[in-house]
Design a binder for this molecule. Structure first.
Ligand code: BT5
Length: 261
């Protein structure tokens, strides 16, 4: 059964010890017309990533999905994903973990350009020093010019032993020890609502936390692969890649950080 409690931020929390996916539950609440709520679980049994990938969600994480009150056109929704990443990094840095952002939706630890290990054969982020700490899954429904509902799912590996996570993953616990999950969630939600209220600040803050910009990247767009130097992130969230054949503006895809040559 769900427990309701209030956070200081303007959100009401629906807490579950265990649930399939907080995004699925938030989707039901969204369809019911609820806004400014957040569904939180200690454990998810069917956590989801993008493109039908699964998200490991053992007990101890921050698995949270918030239904926002959107007044934005659907085309601007990628900005909200960036904002959620910034909010998660804000919360990680507030507890002393130097997290960075990998376009479009990953929060990493240890992937700052100056902390790379130079393994020529490295094919995984872990081998290069970057480990995934959190991911974002934004979902919406609506017309081109109007979003009818919008929810942002945040998965942050908080109080989880690294053995309970995939190889390329890390947790706040591994970095600094156990954290107060409620306080971390509070920071995420406060930061997210401040960013959504000032959308013109999102891209600039995203750039400041990015470990993608300036890097050689390979982006799988689903249709083709683009390789080059990531030079900018543009409104509403596109990655600009400088390739051998000129600049490409990529709106969606999977991005891999390659080691510099
Ligand atoms: C994401 O997908 O990074 C979005 C994850 C969003 C999860 C939250 S939890 C609350 C809410 N409810 C849900 O059901 N989902 C949201 P993607 O970029 O597709 O990355 C997925 C990949 O990350 C997987 O294929 C694994 O390689 C890796 N992975 C899975 N679990 C992980 C974990 N706990 N920590 C780090 N990496 C993980």
């Amino acid at each position: 059964a769900a427990i309701e409690y209030e956070l200081e931020a303007p959100y009401t929390v629906e807490y579950h010890e265990s649930i399939g996916s907080t995004n699925d539950r938030a989707r039901e609440r969204a369809a019911d017309g609820d806004r400014d709520i957040v569904v939180v679980a200690d454990e998810q049994t069917g956590g989801r990533g993008r493109l039908e990938r699964s998200w490991d969600s053992p007990p101890g994480g921050i698995w949270a999905s918030t239904v926002l009150d959107p007044t934005l056109p659907a085309a601007h929704v990628p900005l909200v994903t960036l904002a959620a990443g910034v909010a998660v990094v804000d919360a990680c840095r507030a507890v002393g973990v130097e997290a960075t952002l990998k376009w479009p939706n990953d929060v990493l630890v240890g992937d700052a350009p100056d902390s790379r290990r130079g393994d020529a054969d490295a094919t995984t982020d872990a081998a290069r020093g970057g480990q995934k700490l959190a991911g974002i899954l934004t979902e919406m429904e609506g017309e081109a010019d109007r979003v009818s509902w919008l929810l942002v799912g945040v998965g942050l590996n908080a109080n989880i032993a690294p053995e309970a996570l995939p190889n390329d993953a890390t947790s706040l616990q591994e970095q600094i020890g156990a954290v107060d999950r409620r306080a971390v969630l509070q920071t995420i939600l406060e930061s997210l609502s401040a960013l959504v209220a000032a959308p013109e600040t999102i891209i600039e803050q995203w750039r400041a936390y990015s470990s993608t910009l300036g890097r050689t990247v390979r982006v799988d767009t689903g249709r083709n692969e683009i390789e080059g130097k990531a030079v900018d992130v543009q409104f509403p969230g596109a990655l600009v890649v400088d390739t051998d054949s000129g600049e490409e503006v990529v709106h969606a895809g999977d991005c891999e950080h390659l080691r510099p040559v």
